[in-house]
Ligand binder design. Structure first.
Ligand code: ZN
Length: 336
């Protein structure tokens, strides 16, 4: 794969006890060292105009001033230092790069993966929250639409938390289809099945609040039965994966049981979907707080694009997950 990586993202210093730590990127690099076909790129940072295409002007100013004055606690768990501005704009720029590369036909071994931090999917139009300042995937989707490179963008978010920011930004928009699979009851508490969009965005938001303990089989059933048919009918030009790895069975801040192999299987499904839809495919890093699981998750996705074929999963779908999947299916996506 081609990885977007900028050393400036290490300078976003969240302190010694914060889970969203620069060591996450170091672990990823270490995990990819020696792997065949790893290419690093250093994309440009997002411009203020690209940020304000999805965020309020005043909010973007506020973040810049907050960082310029040395940063501090934005809220209880969202922390900035002076370098956070440069890290956050780099992170958003790398997501744009991933979208741009995917739309330019970079696929197979050249599939782009943006390794930015801070992450983005909790950042709403006018506020930072949940470790996130700018909504990287949303900035990237918007830039692709504004450039005329895409008419419709899908964002599939398998981070264990609901991407409330991405949902909010595009909730009343038909040109971005947001799908989230997340652990019910976790931060930030949004992402109910009934949240399906409004206005022009009706039926272009899809939420799976899966019960704790959900496994590869549950995630894969959600993809096969509901996500893929709906997105095939939506026919996106670009699919961005908001790729968090905190649903991994070893992650300390969730109770999901996705395995490393499970990430490979989800990747093969989304790759096949984009091939059928003729869409570009790019990955944007979100969360993931067990360093080894994070590094292994990204490594195995890289391997999938380098020829690795994961074995099919033969696990059983749990009753609780089955209920959620059926509830989502009953919302009538794609039956227009
Ligand atoms: Zn997360």
């Amino acid at each position: 794969m081609n990885f977007g990586y900028r050393a400036v993202c290490l300078d976003h210093d969240t302190g010694p006890r914060h889970p969203e730590h620069p060591d996450r990127l170091r672990a990823i690099r270490e995990g990819l060292s020696g792997a065949h076909g790893v290419v690093y790129k250093e994309p440009d940072s997002a411009t203020v105009a690209e940020l304000t295409a999805v965020h309020d002007d005043d909010y973007v100013d506020e973040v810049r001033e907050f960082c310029e004055s040395g940063g501090g606690d934005w809220d209880a768990d969202t922390v900035a230092v002076e370098a956070t501005w440069d890290a956050a704009t780099a992170s958003a720029g790398m997501a744009e790069w991933a979208a741009d590369r995917a739309l330019s036909g970079a696929d197979g071994r050249n599939t782009p993966f943006s390794l930015g931090r801070p992450p983005g999917h909790h950042a709403v139009v006018d506020d930072a929250m949940g470790f996130c300042f700018f909504n990287n995937a949303a900035v990237a989707a918007q830039a692709a639409l504004d450039a005329g490179d895409a008419d419709r963008v899908a964002i599939v978010d398998w981070d264990v938390h609901h991407g409330n920011g991405t949902q909010d930004i595009f909730y009343d928009r038909g040109d971005v289809f947001y799908v989230s699979l997340h652990e019910a009851g976790l931060y930030p508490g949004t992402g109910d099945v009934a949240e399906t969009g409004e206005g022009d965005g009706e039926e272009t938001t899809m939420n799976f609040p899966l019960p704790q303990g959900s496994t590869d089989a549950d995630y894969l059933a959600a993809f096969a039965e509901v996500v893929e048919p709906a997105l095939e009918s939506y026919d996106p030009d670009l699919l961005l994966v908001s790729a968090g790895f905190d649903a991994h069975e070893y992650d300390p801040i969730s109770r999901m049981r996705v395995s490393t192999e499970g990430y490979a299987l989800m990747t093969t499904r989304l790759r096949a979907l984009t091939e059928r839809a003729g869409a570009g495919l790019g990955f944007v890093l979100e969360g993931g707080y067990h360093l080894d699981a994070l590094a292994e998750g990204i490594h195995i996705i890289h391997e999938v694009f380098d020829g690795y074929e994961p074995a099919a999963d033969d696990g059983e779908i749990a009753d609780g997950a089955r209920e959620v999947i059926d509830d989502v299916a009953a919302q009538g996506f794609g039956e227009q």
